[in-house]
Ligand binder design. Structure first.
Ligand code: ADE
Length: 419
């Protein structure tokens, strides 16, 4: 078996942690039990490019249980948990190509190693495999059954590809499933981002001014949780509806140019480029802590910050202190502007990844069953799969709900009855 991981001796720790996460992933466990019996992915090769975490390990085990030849590479050079990579290879016999801290060249070497297995299906978090397939390995893309996509940023890239008529195969936008983005993006990002910032800095959030750039599902979760810690939360937005929503959710909304002057913590979750720039760094307070929890490390203009600085020093693990030439103020950037929740903490907790990865597993099964009938477009996860996942999650939580009466069903499907 081909693989490239840091150290197989980390296996035992990785295995224990994978099993710890598994305990909080009842939906995925249920799917795995069915997959083990029915083998719906028999003989299908799946190359996944996901953050190499304990939760992803449980997805990979599920795909393998379904009969797939599953292979994994990392979707970010800083998010790989090396003990998990070791356990996947050694205990679960699943090939992994990922090493924490790998340089750009190795990152792409690993993506290509995963694609060298000639997958029928690819699974992306950020559309990097699809991007390589559409640039460097076009021939391979012509015969691919399809792909799934985990994150908002990836879905945006894929829709751009489809809009230009270039998409070579159908894609299932796992991110757009309700059981994914309502929970993972909101509660997952909310908790794991604060976890990353706190682990990296050990600073008190209470009483601080916490600036959140972007009020999508991730921004909503982060603002809510920062507020829960006692911060005064400021939201920066470009969309009037979202800005209004932030106001009515009780947050101050202002342009980043104003927020830059008052914030103690800054975190970008926009999916866009150069959201915090030179003119903003220049006016920040001494000691400001700046991070990003969006998928790519493009949201902070770190080249601009470097140009403004007379020195930079790694003051704590993952905390780079930049001292500005103009006023001697110190700006602290976490994890080189890469997603702070995975680089400084462990990503979202298992309980929420349970639903995201249930969508991935069932999305792969759906592709195997229906890809031949699909066009080269971006599809949402079928509503039935989404509802089934929510039902399974509720069941695992021991939560019961109501059922419509016959009379209510008729009322909801009629138009005659009014005042
Ligand atoms: N994205 C965010 N959190 C994650 C996790 N725990 N595992 C995999 N991908 C993630």
């Amino acid at each position: 078996m081909n693989y490239d991981v840091k150290d197989l001796k980390l296996n035992a720790k990785g295995k224990d942690r994978i099993e710890w996460a598994e305990r909080d992933m009842p939906v995925l466990r249920g799917i795995r039990a069915r997959f083990e019996k029915k083998k719906p992915l028999k003989g299908v090769t799946i190359a996944a490019c996901l953050h190499v975490t304990t939760e992803t390990a449980n997805l990979m085990r599920t795909l393998k249980a379904g009969g797939a030849n599953a292979v994994l590479c990392a979707s970010n050079p800083l998010s790989t948990q090396d003990d998990v990579a070791a356990a996947l290879v050694k205990t679960y016999k699943i090939p992994v190509f990922a090493i924490n801290g790998e340089d750009n060249k190795t990152y792409y070497k690993h993506l290509n190693a995963a694609l060298d297995t000639n997958p029928d299906i690819t699974m992306d978090d950020g559309a990097d495999l699809v991007s390589v397939l559409h640039s460097k390995r076009k021939k391979q893309g012509e015969t691919l059954l399809g792909s799934t996509e985990e994150t908002t940023t990836g879905v945006i890239r894929l829709k751009a590809l489809a809009a230009e008529g270039l998409l070579q195969f159908p894609v299932i936008a796992v991110n757009d499933a309700a059981t994914k983005h309502f929970f993972d993006n909101r509660y997952g990002t909310g908790q794991s981002t604060l976890d990353g910032i706190i682990r990296a800095t050990n600073r008190l959030i209470a009483g601080s001014i916490f600036v959140v750039s972007g009020y999508g599902w991730c921004g909503k979760g982060l603002a809510m949780r920062a507020g829960g810690h006692g911060a005064s939360v400021v939201v920066c937005e470009v969309d009037p509806i979202r800005a209004l929503e932030a106001v009515m959710d009780g947050f101050r909304v202002m342009p980043i140019a104003d927020a830059a002057k008052i914030g103690d913590f800054f975190c970008t979750v926009t999916g866009d480029i150069n959201v915090i720039r030179k003119e903003h760094f220049k006016v920040m307070k001494d000691g400001a802590i700046v991070s990003n929890s969006g998928h790519f490390n493009v949201e902070l203009d770190l080249d601009g910050l470097k140009a403004l600085s007379k020195s930079k020093k790694l003051i704590r693990d993952a905390v780079m202190e930049y001292t500005l030439k103009s006023n001697g103020r110190r700006i602290h950037v976490l994890a080189e502007g890469r997603l702070v929740n995975l680089a400084c903490a462990e990503g979202h907790p298992a309980s929420v990844m349970d639903m995201s990865f249930a969508n991935q597993a069932l999305g792969a099964e759906y592709l195997v069953n229906t890809a031949a009938k699909l066009e080269n477009k971006v599809y949402v996860v079928p509503e039935k799969i989404d509802a089934d996942i929510a039902t399974m999650k509720l069941k695992s939580l021991g939560v019961k709900m109501d059922k419509l009466t016959k009379e209510q069903e008729i009322y909801l499907s009629s138009w005659e009855m009014g005042t």
